[in-house]
Design a protein around this ligand. Structure first.
Ligand SMILES: NC(=O)c1ccc[n+]([C@@H]2O[C@H](COP(=O)([O-])OP(=O)(O)OC[C@H]3O[C@@H](n4cnc5c(N)ncnc54)[C@H](OP(=O)(O)O)[C@@H]3O)[C@@H](O)[C@H]2O)c1
Length: 297
């Protein structure tokens, strides 16, 4: 991975932290997208101290993925610092026990787990186009099989159920992956999604009540973040997956996702809704106009 530039969202914890570490150890420059400066700096300093001579580089870009203005800020910072991007890993994700709305007025899980990757990817596509072998990897989950997809209910569901909201967002990750892969196939940019396994990370740490009990009881069946990062790393680095696109991977193998995840109708509906809610073309135009302006003295 020497001379490769990779971006990992949620790089300070769990699967994203191991993914960042391994790419850095293999000599990549890793852009760590995190919302918490202290946590991000700690990870960067620890890795640099532990692995001083990888030839790689760690670079922090701060931003809260629940807010579209911050997703734009992340993209602006990346575009200012880099001319190309080889690997984009949309890894950050969460589960929210009670219904919460973001500052943009969108249900939190859907905003962070789907709309943020949709918008960030749209704003970074022209950097990926400059790479010799660009790859996009979206973290999904087997929880997508719990989804009940109703496009009109995604942004502000009338009835909120935590597992349904999470499952829907992870279904969105696969639908987005398939649709984007189709659109980008002529350009040679590959897009795949991943189920990392049931991972003993920080995921669901904020749960209380019955959900906390369920997490505690199921902990013995979980795998480590080390193991959970392996499929993301495989997709980011292996020559075996060159040219493979639009697939859902579990344990480094292609797996058939749910019927809903294979629906082109759902994928189209989701794409339209995501465009309507995030306006990526207008935001990209604005970014480019700013980039074209001469710097103030
Ligand atoms: N763990 C599992 O069993 C499992 C199973 C299937 C799929 N996945 C998927 O794997 C991915 C990684 O999860 P993980 O298990 O590594 O969980 P994790 O340890 O909780 O890490 C999640 C990362 O996402 C970041 N993040 C969350 N909300 C954010 C926001 N609004 N803005 C910016 N960053 C944000 C977190 O930042 P903070 O540290 O600041 O909170 C953290 O760095 C997720 O997409 C998840 O859905 C996990």
């Amino acid at each position: 991975m020497k001379n490769k530039i990779c971006l990992v969202t949620g790089a300070n914890s769990g699967i994203g932290k191991v993914t960042t570490r391994e790419l850095y150890r293999q000599g990549a420059q890793v852009i760590m997208v995190c919302r918490n400066q202290e946590k991000a700096l700690q990870v960067k300093m620890d890795l640099e101290a532990q692995y001083p001579k990888t030839g790689g580089k760690l670079d922090i870009v701060l931003g809260d993925l629940s807010r579209q203005d911050e997703v734009v800020k992340i993209a602006r910072d990346v575009r200012q610092r880099y001319r190309h991007l080889d690997v984009l890993i949309n890894n950050a994700g969460l589960v929210v026990q009670e219904k919460q709305m973001t500052e943009d007025g969108i249900e939190y899980t859907f905003a962070v787990n789907h709309l943020a990757p949709f918008l960030l990817t749209s704003l970074l596509l022209d950097l990926l186009r400059q790479s010799d072998e660009p790859r996009i990897i979206n973290l999904s989950s087997e929880a997508h099989r719990m989804a009940r997809f109703q496009v009109s209910q995604l942004a502000n569901p009338k009835k909120y159920n935590v597992m349904r909201a999470y499952g829907n967002s992870k279904l969105c990750n696969i639908l987005f992956t398939r649709q984007l892969a189709q659109r980008l196939q002529p350009e040679g940019i590959t897009v795949n999604s991943v189920h990392p396994g049931f991972v003993n990370s920080n995921f669901g740490a904020g749960f209380s009540g019955i959900y906390k009990v369920i997490m505690t009881l199921s902990a013995p069946f979980s795998i480590s973040s080390e193991a959970g990062a392996q499929t993301s790393l495989y997709l980011a680095t292996s020559p075996n997956v060159k040219g493979i696109t639009g697939k859902y991977f579990v344990e480094k193998k292609v797996r058939k996702p749910s019927e809903a995840a294979l629906s082109d109708y759902y994928a189209d509906q989701l794409w339209q809704l995501s465009e309507q809610l995030t306006q990526p073309d207008a935001k990209l135009r604005h970014l480019k106009e700013r980039e074209a302006q001469p710097l103030a003295e």
